[in-house]
Design a protein around this ligand. Structure first.
Ligand code: GTP
Length: 553
């Protein structure tokens, strides 16, 4: 394929504005997939994506398109829309020269529309605005055109108005891709320079690296070197994604495809790495800024005998999602495990669900926390969350963009849901890291008969300590089994008790009389339960109780 007939582009949008539906139509129009009623989000291959109806992984597909007697190769990368996955978006853009910025004709510009536009703008890509869902009764494409002109400074006549669902005007999107996005700037005569921009793990074939070729050619049998590890590999297979893997003899500069070369794990197949030919070293490509985790949680196998299996599952999944950080950790109650860092709460949930669905793992995840820097020494919704307003921009008469500085721990857990329900679904939300700020935080201990429960120690804002402490004590009271003595459940800051619940004495079952087999069963169950107990002082705490308290917080 001549380079001038190649276009590499990505579709970006706010969540649910119709990226994946547009991708389906483009695949159909180019004959990449057959046109049937069943083509719904074809590129959302993961079970978690289908169940939740959202894209969490960027996907690549190569399309062939004939236009005015010329055949074009269009490499399309579908990307996720939710704020937690913007890392996927920025990575995908490094393999592209342009983007389709999809905006819902009814909802108009939303938080991730703005965030994604700036990612593309900073990467100096051509931006083609596509106003989607013009078939909707309340669609107002002219209003959205004006918003796009005002906020992004793109002339309104550059907007393409379509209905991805019905297929209306989708052909002109392909025309615009060819006319407005430049071909990649590459040199086929130079030695190979390939960027690894994503990778997946296949049980039988090892690492499958998604690559974008900036220079040169790569074929099966070539010896290649990883700039990152300096290890040499022999290429076993190269090919394009159509959208399923289709082997080819070679991959040329300007193309996007996959490569298999016997790499076995995450350390070998670093995302952002540059591959070159053996004995023909090149200057490595810039790679990627590493993702900065915002939310941390402990992860433990439900059964310790599953530790090694879970370890290998986490390793394989982090290969496909390199934004997750992993450190070994252990807890007296839950055993050996890890401390994982995620980009947000949805990201954490999706990772957990993928472990369960794709690797059959069953895990305990502790309450998420955010990073703090501690100095040792001696309104709405918004006000309650300790926010400071920074600025306010009117997008049009009905829409305003507000910027606030928030403590991260106030937004990670349920802020997004509260914002959606308070605004009846109209408000949207995006965030970026603004650095550490000083705050009045305290370390809160939870005590059982005076002994600290390490697993439940948390950092909270001084003003909220009482209500959070009270809630944890109440939950612990509900989850702990009664014992032969009374138990004081307390929340404390230093030596000061701020909340207390009392768990009354357990009455021995024999005092009630009744059926002997039932009693024996009960005793047996108690004995089994004891195996999973952890003693805190004289209080026996079953693993279940921890899980219940940690899960519902
Ligand atoms: P994420 O992958 O989660 O970011 O969403 P997305 O942007 O890929 O959106 P998706 O394609 O999944 O579409 C979201 C919803 O909008 C689906 O229910 C689609 O059927 C619907 N939709 C997409 N395009 C159109 C359209 O042109 N008209 C109408 N009426 N609905 C559409």
């Amino acid at each position: 394929f001549p380079v001038e007939n190649i276009r590499n582009f990505s579709i970006v949008a706010h969540v649910d504005h119709g990226k994946s539906t547009l991708a389906d139509r483009l695949l159909e129009l180019t004959g990449t997939i057959d046109k049937t009623e069943n083509n719904k989000q074809v590129l959302d291959k993961l079970q978690v994506e289908r169940e939740r109806g959202i894209t969490v992984k960027a996907q690549t597909a190569s399309l062939f398109y004939n236009c005015e007697g010329k055949q074009y190769l269009l490499n399309l990368i579908d990307t996720p829309g939710h704020v937690d996955f913007s890392y996927e978006v920025s990575r995908s853009l490094s393999a592209c020269q342009g983007v389709l910025l999809v905006v819902d004709a009814n909802e108009g510009i939303q938080a991730q529309t703005v965030a994604n536009f700036f990612l593309a703008f900073e990467a100096q890509l051509s931006v083609i605005p596509v106003i989607n869902k013009i078939d909707l009764k309340n669609a107002d494409p002219e209003r959205v055109e004006n918003q796009i002109e005002k906020v992004f400074d793109i002339p309104s006549d550059e907007c393409i108005k379509i209905s991805a669902k019905l297929g209306t005007n989708v052909e002109s999107v392909l025309q615009a891709v060819i006319e407005r996005i430049p071909p990649p700037k590459v040199h086929r005569k130079n030695p190979l320079r390939a960027l690894v921009f994503d990778s997946t793990f296949d049980q039988y074939r090892g690492v499958i690296a998604n690559v974008a070729l900036f220079d040169g050619v790569v074929s099966k049998g070539d010896k290649i070197v990883s700039a990152h590890t300096q290890k040499t590999y022999e290429v076993n297979e190269v090919g394009v994604l159509n959208p399923n893997e289709q082997p080819t003899h070679k991959l040329y500069a300007g193309q996007v495809g996959y490569l298999i070369a016997g790499m076995k794990n995450v350390i070998e197949a670093q995302i952002g790495d540059t591959l070159y030919l053996h004995k023909q070293p090149v200057e490595p490509l810039p790679g990627f800024k590493s993702a900065k985790p915002m939310v941390f949680a402990g992860m433990y196998p439900v059964d310790q005998s599953e530790y090694n299996n879970l370890k290998s599952a986490i390793e394989k999944l982090t290969l496909n999602d390199s934004s997750v950080t992993v450190h070994r950790d252990s807890s007296l109650a839950l055993g050996a495990g890890w401390r994982l860092g995620f980009l947000g709460l949805l990201h954490m949930e999706v990772f957990n669900q993928r472990l369960e669905q794709e690797y059959n793992a069953s895990v305990i995840l502790t309450t998420p926390t955010v990073p703090y820097k501690a100095v040792l020494s001696s309104s709405k919704l918004i006000k309650a969350r300790r926010a400071v307003q920074k600025n306010m921009i009117f997008i049009d008469q009905n829409r305003v963009m507000l910027k606030y500085l928030f403590p991260l721990n106030e937004i990670v857990v349920d802020f997004y849901d509260s914002l959606k329900s308070l605004s009846s679904g109209y408000a949207s939300f995006d965030y970026e890291d603004a650095g550490y700020q000083t705050a009045e935080l305290v370390k809160m201990d939870i005590l059982l008969n005076g002994n600290t429960v390490e697993e439940l120690v948390t950092v909270v804002h001084k003003d909220k300590a009482h209500s959070i402490g009270k809630a944890i004590c109440e939950r612990l009271k509900d989850s702990l089994p009664r014992q032969l003595f009374e138990i004081a459940i307390q929340a404390a800051i230093g030596s000061k008790i701020i909340a207390r619940e009392t768990l009354p004495i357990f009455k021995n079952i024999f005092q009630y009389g009744g059926d002997i087999t039932r009693k024996m069963k009960l005793l047996k169950r108690q004995a089994e339960g004891k195996k999973k107990l952890r003693k805190i002082g004289n209080v026996e705490v079953p693993k279940d109780a921890f899980i219940k308290v940690l899960k519902t917080r």
